[in-house]
Design a protein around this ligand. Structure first.
Ligand code: SAM
Length: 286
């Protein structure tokens, strides 16, 4: 077998196994040889580090991670890829492939069992149909991980890395900001994949905070406020919160004022601290 990142080798492997891409599983495999080494380096794969990868594909990124890290556990849903991976990664004894759905796997247990005493990072070219659910699962479960370095659609990357208080902000930006600091690493053109997706992509890094950015009395309420505020993003905060939350308009109005936020403000203008202050005022009314 030639070098795994060569397009010729990749095509040869796909032919050998008669593999056909599944659109539903977000199968766009990387064929640009410069991307995976860069992702593995910037993602922190190195000595003493354990890596979790989501979506192994034929193993092009797994290969670069395994070359650098102590151990890689890679989760792949598509059973057809397991024999391919056994072939492409045969030179490594520090890689474990788990055939399963990342959304159903107990990642806390996986980390305890596979990476005792190791620092753990996540590095993956994500299946785009579950970008936000995967990122939120990794963060909400409060896993003992240092960072999440992932390839996502360019538009999702812009949203996730937007500065709070600017127009590009969405509910996901604010929610992620509570748990992590987001950073845009580099852009990747659609021609770097086979088959090429319709949109460009980007690699982002979420450095997980050891403590949430703000302290709130009730986390669930904070996330409800964030979601409600962005559910009608063109409306004022007062209107969007009153339309989607179980409080009287007068109570919401008072909570916004007591939190020191303008009643006419819109969700995208607020910082995480503003959402937290509003949630805490509403919590007093519960
Ligand atoms: N890492 C490879 C690469 O960069 O070429 C493949 C990336 S491809 C964008 C996403 C991969 O995630 C596919 O191999 C797909 O089968 C897999 N996948 C899709 N849904 C998944 C899920 N729920 N759990 C685990 N893997 C999944």
């Amino acid at each position: 077998m030639g070098k795994l990142s060569d397009i010729g080798t990749i095509k040869e492997i796909l032919n050998k196994y008669g593999f056909s891409f599944s659109k539903a599983l977000g199968q766009n495999f990387l064929i640009n040889p410069s991307v995976c080494p860069k992702m593995a380096d910037l993602g922190g794969a190195g000595q003493g580090i354990g890596v979790i990868e989501i979506g192994s594909g034929i193993g092009v990124l797994t290969y670069e991670l395994a070359k650098r890290a102590d151990k890689v556990v890679s989760i792949e849903l598509d059973t057809r890829l397991i024999p391919v991976l056994n072939d492409t990664l045969s030179e490594f004894d520090n890689v474990k492939i788990i055939n399963g759905d990342v959304m159903k796997i107990d990642l806390k247990k996986l980390i305890e069992e596979e990476f005792p005493e190791k620092k753990v990072v996540v590095c993956a070219n994500l299946p785009y149909y579950i970008t936000s659910p995967v990122i939120m699962k990794l963060l909400e479960e409060r896993l003992p991980i240092e960072s999440i370095t992932v390839m996502v659609q360019k538009e999702a990357a812009d949203r996730l890395c937007a500065e709070l208080g600017t127009r590009q902000t969405g509910a996901v930006t604010v929610s992620v900001n509570y748990y992590a600091e987001a950073e845009m690493l580099f852009k990747v053109s659609s021609g770097s994949f086979m088959p090429p997706p319709k949109v460009d992509s980007a690699v982002i890094k979420l450095s997980v905070r050891h403590e949430p950015k703000v302290n709130v009395k009730n986390e669930q309420l904070l996330f409800q406020v964030i979601k409600a505020a962005f559910s009608q993003r063109r409306k004022t905060l007062l209107n969007s919160l009153s339309n989607s939350m179980q409080f009287k308009k007068s109570e919401i109005s008072e909570a916004i004022s007591l939190a020191g936020v303008e009643l006419s403000a819109r969700a995208e203008q607020l910082k995480l601290e503003d959402f937290a202050a509003i949630a805490d005022e509403l919590y007093k009314l519960k």
